[in-house]
Design a protein around this ligand. Structure first.
Ligand code: HEM
Length: 401
């Protein structure tokens, strides 16, 4: 029986052999970190949609742990910063804040923002002799998020990248005190930065998401406090940037490795691009795991989960389950049946799925055209992020042909 252990050699480069071993030999198991994990598509989907399981409470955890994590004299921002993070809310709070975020995201017109992002980012790279694939993957979602939030030109590329990445890392399985302290500092900065923007939001001539959130909150009686709103803004910022960047980095890697895939994209119709986008999302599974907690004692298959048990649902494994996906470890550009779980499912399913799909669809052809001018730089190999929950490249250098 394979016991789940993300520290087995080579896991970060290629987790899928190990995940397949776990799925085949022990699809419901207690892993090396002594918590339950589920690997099969059927089980993961059933739990995502079951009312017997809910979200874990990160903000409450931070309320208890902040005195241990933070150094004396540091202002605590961890619980405050995560209080409106939708993936850690339940019941009325979740419904209220999710409905506000959803309404605001729907009011923002993404189409021109995506078109501008694609044009500007390709112009930026036009003369580059060497590029890091991760920078190409970051540019588009970053440009879109900056337009979405109205923050263009207000902070540097490095600042935004660090902020968003640290927030994402804070949700990983094993997080050190030092990382939590860095996250706390990022939240401190974010409360000051977004706080100022939020104060001015109602009067914004160029309406952005912060403007829509502000006005909907006032007009529709959602009654979020300013602190709850800043926390919500931070989670949308992070969720919109990190997952899309990580998917794009995996997609670029696959295109660079496979000239047949590049040729397919070059001549693909709009419908074919849409189908391929779903396939890339399935294949990349940028958020590899999500967590649910048992609301009550639950009998599941031959197991019993006591109330409060945390379950790690492996979306990455579910998306490669041969019981559902034929030839699961290959990219099948015209895959006919593709009910992947890369955006989750049920109450907490991704609020930005429509936006993410549109970004990838609009970007595939132009980026493919750009990649044709480049090859993998001599002697370089892909360096993967050493994170368990999120999967994407850390660096991959390409150079002009
Ligand atoms: C390729 C890009 C993306 C992927 C793969 C992705 C994936 C996911 C997944 C797996 C979840 C958790 C689902 C669950 O636990 O059931 C989630 C939640 C969420 N995503 Fe995304 N996401 C992407 C892009 C975006 C974008 C662009 C936005 C915002 C514009 C966004 C906003 C959110 C929010 C707010 C939640 C929390 C929803 C809730 O708990 O109610 N995501 N996403």
């Amino acid at each position: 029986m394979a016991v789940w252990n993300p520290y087995t050699a080579g896991y970060f480069n290629h987790p899928y052999h190990h995940l397949a071993d776990c799925r085949n030999t022990a699809p419901v198991q207690i892993g090396v970190h002594k918590e339950w994990l589920l690997f099969s598509y059927k089980d993961v989907k059933e739990i995502l949609r079951s009312p017997a399981f809910g979200a874990s409470r990160l903000s409450e955890y931070f309320t208890q742990k902040e005195p241990v994590i933070l150094e004396k004299g540091t202002c605590p921002f961890l619980a405050k910063g995560t209080q409106s993070w939708l993936m850690y809310l339940e019941g009325k709070d979740h419904t209220r804040i999710r409905s506000l975020a959803d309404a605001a995201i729907r009011q923002f017109n993404f189409t021109p923002a995506i078109e501008r992002a694609v044009a500007v980012c390709f112009e930026q790279n036009k003369t580059a002799q060497q590029l890091d694939v991760v920078d190409i993957a970051t540019q588009i979602p970053m440009y879109i998020v900056e337009q979405l939030m109205g923050t263009s030109g207000m902070c540097t590329y490095e600042q935004v990248k660090r902020f968003s990445h640290l927030l994402a890392v804070s949700q990983d399985l094993f997080v050190s005190k030092t990382t939590y302290r860095d996250v706390n500092s990022e939240f401190e900065w974010a409360f000051s930065f977004f706080g100022k923007l939020y104060k001015k939001a109602g009067t914004n001539a160029n309406p952005d998401l912060i403007h829509f959130l502000h006005n909907l909150n006032a007009a529709e009686g959602y009654q979020l406090t300013d602190d709850e709103m800043i926390s919500l803004i931070t989670v949308i910022f992070m969720a919109a940037l990190e997952t899309t960047k990580d998917s794009m980095s995996v997609i670029l890697h696959e295109i660079l490795k496979d000239p047949a895939l590049a040729a397919y994209i070059e001549t693909a119709t709009e419908t074919e691009i849409n189908i391929l986008t779903e396939e890339f999302l399935r294949f990349a599974s940028p958020l590899q795991y999500t967590v649910r907690v048992a609301h009550e004692d639950v009998e599941f298959r031959e197991h019993r989960f006591a109330k409060g048990t945390r379950l790690f649902l492996c979306l990455a494994s579910a998306n490669r389950d041969p019981a559902v996906f034929e030839n699961p470890d290959s990219i099948v550009p015209d895959r006919k049946y593709n009910p992947h779980l890369s955006f989750g499912s049920g109450m907490h399913s991704c609020l930005g799925a429509r936006v993410a799909r549109n970004e990838i669809r609009s970007w595939l052809k132009p980026v493919n055209k750009q990649l044709l001018q480049y090859k993998l730089a001599a002697g370089t190999t892909a360096v993967w992020q050493k994170t368990i929950f999120m999967r994407g490249l850390k660096s991959l250098i390409i150079e002009r042909n």
